[in-house]
Ligand binder design. Structure first.
Ligand SMILES: Nc1ncnc2c1ncn2[C@@H]1O[C@H](COP(=O)(O)OP(=O)(O)OP(=O)(O)O)[C@@H](O)[C@H]1O
Ligand SMILES: [Mg+2]
Length: 455
C-alpha cells in the first residue's frame, strides 16, 4: 500500500506525542498519589501522637483520654470516617474499637508504619504509632492505630493530578499543534510542485520552476528538468526526421505520377494502361500519406514555433470552402457555410486551416452524391465553435472516439485514405487549447465539433 508522506510524518509526530501523554498521565497520577498519601500520613501521625501523649500511668494502669481535637482534624467536609484503637504493650485494648485491622510491622525500629485495608466495607488508610510512656516506677508503651476513609485523600489526589497533568497536557498539545503546522508549511512547496506538474498540459515539456521548493527537493526538480530537456530534444529530432522523410517522399512521388500520366497517354495496350493506372493510384495514395504525415508532424507540439495569430474563423472557412467548391460541384454535394460574424480565436492560422481542410475533405469524401455538407462557425459562450456536419452515412457511436486515433479508419470505409485526417484535427485543436468530438446528426450523418477558446 502506498502511504502518503503527510500521514506518515503525522503518524511519526502524533503517535509519540500520544504515548508521551499517556506516560505523563500515569507518572503524574503516581506522584499525585504519593503526595496525597504523604499528606494523609502526616495528619494521621499528628493525630496519633496527640492521642498517645494523653496516655498516663496510674497505679499500674494506663489511662487514655482521646482529645476530640485529635479526630476533628479529619473533618474536612469530605464525609470521612475515622477509627482508632489504643492498646498497651501487651495488646490489651485501652480505648477505641477492638476489631480495627492489624498488620505485621517491625516494632523494633520504633518507626511508625501505615497500610491500606478494608474495614466495615470501606477502604481505609491506617497508621500505627508506638509511643513510650513513663510513670512512677513503670516503663510502658502504648500503640495507637488510627484509620481514616479515603474520600479526602482521593479528592486531594484528583486535584493534584488534574493540575499536574493538565499543565503537561497543555504543553504537549501546543507542541503537537506547532508540529502539525510546521508539517503543513514544510509540505506546502512539495504539494504546490505536484499541483503545478498536474496542471501542466499533457504536451508541455517546459522546465519546472525549481526556486519555490526546499533545498532538499531542488536536485529532484533539476533532474526532472534535465530529463524534460532530453525528451524535448529527442522529440524535436524525431519531428525533423518525419518532416524530412515526408518531404523527401513528395518529389519522387510527384515525378512518378507525372510520368505515369504521360505514359498512359502515349502508350497503347489495355494491359499497359491498367498497370499504369494502378501505379498512378498507388502514387496518389502515397502522396496523400506523405502530405498528411507532414501536416501531422507540423501539428505536433514542439514542431513549429507556437503562434497566437488572431484568426477569424469565418474568413478562414470561406477560403477553405472556395478551395473545395469545385470538388463539391463535381461530386454533386451541396457545400454551405453558416457563419456568425466576429468568431475569432488565437492560434496558428495555417494549422487551423489544415484542421478545416481535413474536416471538409472527410465530409466530401465519405458522403454520396446529393448530400449536403455544412460548415458552422459560431460563438458558444466563451468558446468559438467550428462544426462540420453532413447527412452522409455517419458512424456508429463506438467509432466516435477511435476515429481520432492515428492511422485508424472505420471498418468498411470505401474510399482511400491514410487515417491521419482526424488525428491532425485533434492535434491542432489541442494545441489551440480546445477540444474536439464527433457525434451523430439528428437525421443521420456525422458532425465533428471543435471548441476553441474564443479571442
Ligand atoms: N464525415 C464522415 N462520415 C463518415 N465517416 C467518416 C467521416 N469522417 C471520417 N470518417 C471515418 O473516420 C475515419 C478516420 O478519418 P480520418 O480523416 O482520420 O482518416 P481518413 O479520412 O481515412 O484518411 P486521411 O488521413 O486521408 O484523411 C475515416 O476512415 C472514416 O471511416
Ligand atoms: Mg480524412
Amino acid at each position: 500500500m502506498r502511504r502518503s508522506l503527510r500521514s506518515q510524518l503525522l503518524a511519526w509526530v502524533l503517535v509519540p506525542l500520544l504515548l508521551l501523554a499517556a506516560l505523563n498521565g500515569t507518572a503524574s497520577w503516581i506522584s499525585a498519589r504519593d503526595a496525597a498519601d504523604l499528606v494523609t500520613d502526616r495528619m494521621l501521625a499528628a493525630s496519633a501522637r496527640s492521642i498517645a501523649e494523653q496516655a498516663i500511668v496510674e497505679e499500674d494502669l494506663i489511662a487514655v483520654v482521646v482529645p476530640p481535637a485529635a479526630l476533628e482534624m479529619f473533618d474536612t467536609g469530605s464525609g470521612d470516617f475515622v477509627y482508632y484503637a489504643v492498646t498497651d504493650g501487651a495488646g490489651r485494648l485501652l480505648a477505641g474499637t477492638a476489631d480495627l485491622p492489624r498488620w505485621a510491622r517491625d516494632r523494633t525500629s520504633g518507626q511508625p508504619s501505615s497500610t491500606e485495608a478494608v474495614y466495615r466495607d470501606r477502604p481505609l488508610h491506617l497508621f500505627a504509632l508506638d509511643h513510650p510512656i513513663a510513670g512512677p516506677g513503670l516503663e510502658a508503651s502504648v500503640t495507637v492505630v488510627l484509620g481514616t476513609t479515603l474520600n479526602s485523600r482521593d479528592a486531594l489526589l484528583r486535584h493534584l493530578w488534574a493540575v499536574g497533568f493538565g499543565q503537561q497536557l497543555a504543553l504537549i498539545v501546543t507542541a503537537g499543534l506547532f508540529m502539525i503546522l510546521g508539517l503543513r508549511m514544510g509540505l506546502a512547496p512539495l504539494l504546490r510542485l505536484r499541483d503545478a506538474v498536474m496542471a501542466r498540459p499533457g504536451s508541455s515539456l517546459e522546465p519546472l520552476e525549481a526556486g519555490a521548493v526546499q533545498a532538499e527537493l531542488q536536485p529532484l526538480v533539476v533532474a526532472l528538468n534535465q530529463q524534460l530537456d532530453r525528451v524535448q530534444k529527442q522529440l524535436a529530432a524525431q519531428h525533423r526526421f518525419v518532416t524530412n522523410a515526408a518531404h523527401q517522399l513528395r518529389t519522387p512521388l510527384a515525378l512518378l505520377n507525372v510520368q505515369a500520366t504521360y505514359a498512359r497517354r502515349t502508350l497503347g495496350s489495355a494491359e499497359q494502361d491498367a498497370a499504369l493506372a494502378a501505379i498512378q493510384s498507388g502514387t496518389q495514395q502515397l502522396s496523400r500519406l506523405s502530405g498528411q504525415l507532414l501536416t501531422l508532424a507540423r501539428a505536433e507540439p514542439g514542431s513549429r514555433r507556437p503562434r497566437a495569430d488572431r484568426v477569424d474563423l469565418g474568413a478562414l472557412a470561406h477560403r477553405v470552402l472556395d478551395d473545395f467548391a469545385e470538388a463539391a460541384l463535381a461530386k454533386g454535394i451541396d457545400l454551405g457555410l453558416e457563419e456568425q460574424e466576429g468568431t475569432t480565436v488565437r492560434g496558428d492560422a495555417t494549422m487551423l486551416g489544415e484542421l478545416l481542410v481535413n474536416l471538409v475533405d472527410n465530409a466530401l469524401r465519405y458522403c454520396p452524391s446529393g448530400s449536403s455538407v455544412t460548415v458552422r462557425v459560431q460563438r458558444a459562450g466563451d468558446d468559438a465553435l467550428v462544426a462540420v456536419q453532413d447527412d452522409g452515412p455517419g458512424l456508429p457511436p463506438s467509432e466516435w472516439e477511435r476515429v481520432f486515433e492515428r492511422f485508424y479508419r472505420a471498418p468498411d470505409t470505401p474510399m482511400e485514405g491514410s487515417g491521419l485526417g482526424l488525428a491532425i484535427v485533434q492535434e491542432v485543436a489541442t494545441a489551440a487549447g480546445g477540444r474536439v468530438l464527433a457525434r451523430a446528426m439528428d437525421g443521420g450523418g456525422l458532425v465533428v465539433e471543435v471548441r476553441l477558446p474564443a479571442a
